[in-house]
Design a protein around this ligand. Structure first.
Ligand SMILES: *[C@@H]1O[C@H](CO)[C@@H](O)[C@H](O)[C@H]1NC(C)=O
Ligand SMILES: *[C@@H]1O[C@H](CO)[C@@H](O)[C@H](O)[C@H]1NC(C)=O
Ligand SMILES: *[C@@H]1O[C@H](CO)[C@@H](O)[C@H](O)[C@H]1NC(C)=O
Ligand SMILES: *[C@@H]1O[C@H](CO)[C@@H](O)[C@H](O)[C@H]1NC(C)=O
Ligand SMILES: *[C@@H]1O[C@H](CO)[C@@H](O)[C@H](O)[C@H]1NC(C)=O
Ligand SMILES: *[C@@H]1O[C@H](CO)[C@@H](O)[C@H](O)[C@H]1NC(C)=O
Ligand SMILES: *[C@@H]1O[C@H](CO)[C@@H](O)[C@H](O)[C@H]1NC(C)=O
Ligand SMILES: *[C@@H]1O[C@H](CO)[C@@H](O)[C@H](O)[C@H]1NC(C)=O
Ligand SMILES: *[C@@H]1O[C@H](CO)[C@@H](O)[C@H](O)[C@H]1NC(C)=O
Ligand SMILES: *[C@@H]1O[C@H](CO)[C@@H](O)[C@H](O)[C@H]1NC(C)=O
Ligand SMILES: *[C@H]1O[C@H](CO)[C@@H](O)[C@H](O)[C@H]1NC(C)=O
Length: 494
C-alpha cells in the first residue's frame, strides 16, 4: 500500500525544480548531514489524488506504528517546504538566458548579516557572515511567471497590487546569481548609543567566498586606538557599523557581546510573526505576498524584556534561507529589539542539512559564549527545535536558562503537526514552559524563573498532537499536510 501512495505522490511532485548541479557543499559539512535527497517536497496539496487519501487513511495506523519513537524530523521540520530548493548561481543565469557579458555588467551586491563578537585574548572576535551576489534585471512578466510558481490556487495577477509587488520583490531576491571566489572588504566603526558612528573606522578583508557566494569566518576586530571596552570588563553590549566597500548593499551592525550575561535566542516564524507554515497555502501567502505581521502582542513582550534588562542580547536564529533574509530583518528591526542574526547559508540547502543547520548554529553560539546563559524561544511546529532546544540543556550544563515554546496547536486549529516532547523529560519545570498566548510570558523574570504556574502544562514526554488519535476518516482531510509529511518521512527514512 505504502509504495503505491509514494509512487502517486512522487509522480505529481516530479515537477518541482531539480537539484542544482554545482551547488554541493564544500568546506562546511553539516553535522550528521546525509547525501542530498531528491526533491520530493511539494507545496501544492491540491494536486493530491483521491486515492492517495484513501490509501493513507487505511494505512495511517501502521505508518505511525511503524515509525515508533523514531518519527523523523522531516515530519514537522518547521522549515517551510516552499523555502526549499531555491535555484542558485549558474542555474539562475541559464534559466534567465543571461550571457557572461550580461552578468559582468551587473553591479556586485553583498548581503551582510548582523553578527556577534566574543571577547578573546586577541581582542574582539567577530563572526562575519553573508553572501555576495548579482541581481539580474528581470522583466515584470518573467517575474510574474516565476512568482506564480510559489503560489497555490492564485497568481500574481489576482493579488492586490501591494501583495503582487511583494511577491515580485521576493522572487527577484531568490533569483540572484551568487558570486564565488570574491574577497569582501569591510569597514567597521564604533556606534554611540544614539546609533551614530563615533570613532575611527578600521578595515579588514574576508574571503574568498564559497562556491555559493557565502562568506562566514571569525575576524579579530582591529582596535589600534583602544576604542573598544574589553568584554570581560563591561556588561553592556557595544555596537559597530559594518560597510562592505564597493556597494551600499552590505551595511550591517556588529554586536560585541560581553563574556557574561543573558542572551535570548529567538526563532521567527510562528512565534514572532504569523506564518502558518503548517498550512502551505497560507504559509506561502504569508511568506511571499502579504506584509509580515507580528504574532499577537509578542512585540510588547520583547520590548518589556529589553527595557527591564538593558544588557540583554537578542539573537534571531531562523532556518529561513539566506536569500529571503532581508525581508525578515526589515520586519524584525521595525518590530522587535535590535540584535544579531543567523539564517540558513546556501551550503545547507539539501533537505537533511536543512534540518541540521539549527543545531549547528545553536552549538556555535553556545560555544562562543561559554559563560553566558540563554533563553530559547520558538514554537511546537518545529521538530528540530523540539529536539535541539532541550538537548542543549544537557550538552551545555548550566547555560540554558529557559526554554519557552508557543504551543501552536493551542491557538491554531490548523496546526496538525505532531510534536515530540520526550526531550523535556528530566528537565526541571522551572526552566521551561509551553505557553498559549504572549501574555503568558508577561510577568516572567527571565533572570529567575521561566515557568508561569498559571499556565497549565500537558507534557506527556512523548509524541503529542498525533493527527490520528480519534477517527482518522474524519480527521484526514484537515490533517492532509501532516499526512504528506509523514509519507515523505517514511520515504526518506527507508
Ligand atoms: C580581560 O581579558 C584580557 C584578555 O584576555 C586579560 O588580559 C585581562 O586580564 C582580563 N581582565 C579581567 C578583569 O579579567
Ligand atoms: C531593466 O530592464 C528594463 C527593460 O527590460 C529597462 O527599462 C531598465 O532600464 C533596466 N534596468 C536596469 C537597472 O538595467
Ligand atoms: C525588495 O524591497 C526592499 C524594500 O522593501 C528593497 O530594499 C529591495 O531592494 C527590494 N528587492 C528587490 C530585488 O527589488
Ligand atoms: C583575495 O585575497 C587573496 C589574499 O588575501 C588574494 O590572493 C586573492 O587574489 C584575492 N582574490 C580576488 C578575487 O581578489
Ligand atoms: C564618542 O567617542 C569619544 C571617544 O571615544 C567618547 O569620549 C564620546 O563619549 C563618544 N560619544 C558618544 C556620544 O558616545
Ligand atoms: C550604507 O552605508 C553607507 C555609508 O554610511 C551609506 O552611504 C549608504 O547609504 C548605506 N546604504 C544603505 C542601503 O543604507
Ligand atoms: C569565541 O568564540 C569561538 C567560536 O565562535 C570559540 O571557539 C572561542 O572559544 C570563544 N572564545 C572565548 C574566549 O570564549
Ligand atoms: C497544546 O495545546 C493542545 C490544545 O489545547 C493540547 O491538547 C496539548 O496538550 C498542548 N500541549 C502541551 C505540550 O501543553
Ligand atoms: C527546580 O528548580 C528550582 C529553581 O531553581 C529549585 O528550587 C527546585 O529545587 C528544582 N527542583 C528540582 C526537582 O530539582
Ligand atoms: C494532553 O495531551 C494528550 C496527549 O497529547 C491529549 O490526548 C490530551 O487531550 C491533552 N489534554 C488536554 C487537557 O489538552
Ligand atoms: C558554509 O557554511 C559555513 C561556513 O563557511 C561556513 O563555515 C562554511 O565555510 C560554508 N561552507 C560552505 C557553505 O560550504
Amino acid at each position: 500500500m505504502l509504495p503505491l501512495c509514494l509512487f502517486a505522490l512522487l509522480s505529481y511532485v516530479g515537477a518541482s525544480p531539480a537539484p542544482i548541479p554545482g551547488a554541493t557543499p564544500t568546506s562546511l559539512t553539516a553535522p550528521h548531514a546525509r547525501p542530498a535527497q531528491p526533491t520530493i517536497f511539494s507545496s501544492n496539496p491540491h494536486l493530491a489524488r483521491r486515492n492517495i487519501l484513501t490509501d493513507v487513511d487505511k494505512d495511517v495506523g501502521s505508518i505511525l506504528d511503524g515509525l515508533g519513537s523514531a518519527i523523523p524530523s522531516y515530519v514537522a521540520s518547521g522549515v517551510p517546504n516552499f523555502f526549499q530548493d531555491f535555484p542558485t548561481g549558474t542555474a539562475v543565469q541559464s534559466s534567465l538566458g543571461l550571457s557572461d557579458g550580461d552578468m559582468a555588467a551587473l553591479p556586485t551586491q553583498v548581503l551582510n548579516l548582523p553578527s556577534y563578537a566574543n571577547w578573546t585574548t586577541q581582542g574582539w572576535s567577530l563572526i562575519v557572515h553573508g553572501n555576495v551576489f548579482k541581481q539580474p534585471n528581470i522583466s515584470q512578466s518573467k517575474l510574474d511567471d516565476l512568482a506564480n510558481a510559489f503560489l497555490i490556487d492564485t497568481s500574481v495577477s489576482q493579488l492586490p497590487a501591494d501583495q503582487a509587488a511583494q511577491a515580485r520583490n521576493l522572487t527577484a531576491e531568490i533569483y540572484v546569481v551568487q558570486q564565488p571566489n570574491m574577497n569582501v572588504t569591510i569597514n567597521i566603526q564604533p556606534l554611540a548609543s544614539s546609533g551614530k558612528e563615533n570613532g575611527t573606522s578600521q578595515t579588514f578583508i574576508i574571503g574568498p567566498t564559497s562556491p555559493e557566494g557565502d562568506f562566514d569566518s571569525p575576524m579579530i576586530i582591529p582596535d589600534p586606538q583602544n576604542q573598544l571596552q574589553s568584554g570581560n570588563e563591561t556588561k553592556g553590549i557595544q555596537r559597530m557599523s559594518m560597510h562592505a566597500t564597493g556597494t551600499d548593499t552590505g551595511n550591517a551592525t556588529a554586536y560585541l557581546v560581553p563574556t557574561d550575561g543573558l542572551t535570548i535566542i529567538s526563532d521567527i516564524d510562528d512565534i514572532l510573526r504569523v506564518t502558518k507554515i503548517y498550512e502551505p497555502k497560507e504559509g506561502l501567502l504569508n511568506s511571499f505576498a502579504r506584509p509580515f505581521t507580528p504574532w499577537m502582542n509578542m512585540p510588547e513582550i520583547y520590548a518589556k524584556w529589553s527595557k527591564a534588562l538593558p544588557d540583554l542580547h537578542f539573537h534571531y536564529l531562523t532556518t529561513t534561507p539566506e536569500q529571503v533574509t532581508r525581508n525578515y530583518m526589515q520586519f524584525i528591526y521595525a518590530t522587535y529589539p535590535l540584535g544579531s542574526f543567523d539564517t540558513r547559508p546556501l551550503n545547507f540547502s539539501d533537505v537533511s542539512a536543512t534540518l541540521s543547520i539549527r543545531k549547528f548554529l545553536l552549538e556555535r553560539i553556545f560555544q562562543t559564549y561559554p559563560q553566558r546563559k540563554f533563553v530559547l524561544v520558538a514554537d511546537t511546529s518545529n521538530s528540530d527545535v523540539m529536539t535541539d532546544y532541550p538537548a542543549l540543556a544537557t550538552e551545555f550544563p548550566g547555560q540554558v536558562q529557559c526554554i519557552l515554546l508557543r504551543n501552536t496547536s493551542a491557538t491554531d486549529s490548523g496546526d496538525k503537526f505532531p510534536y515530540d516532547t520526550s526531550g523535556f523529560k528530566g528537565l526541571n519545570q522551572s526552566m521551561y514552559m509551553f505557553f498559549t498566548v504572549p501574555d503568558d510570558l508577561k510577568n516572567l523574570d527571565l533572570t529567575k524563573d521561566c515557568y508561569n504556574s498559571a499556565v497549565k502544562q500537558n507534557v506527556t514526554f512523548d509524541h503529542q498532537g498525533l493527527p490520528f488519535s480519534n477517527d482518522a476518516s474524519l480527521l484526514v482531510s484537515r490533517t492532509f499536510t501532516s499526512l504528506i509529511f509523514v509519507i515523505i518521512a517514511v520515504a526518506l527514512s527507508v
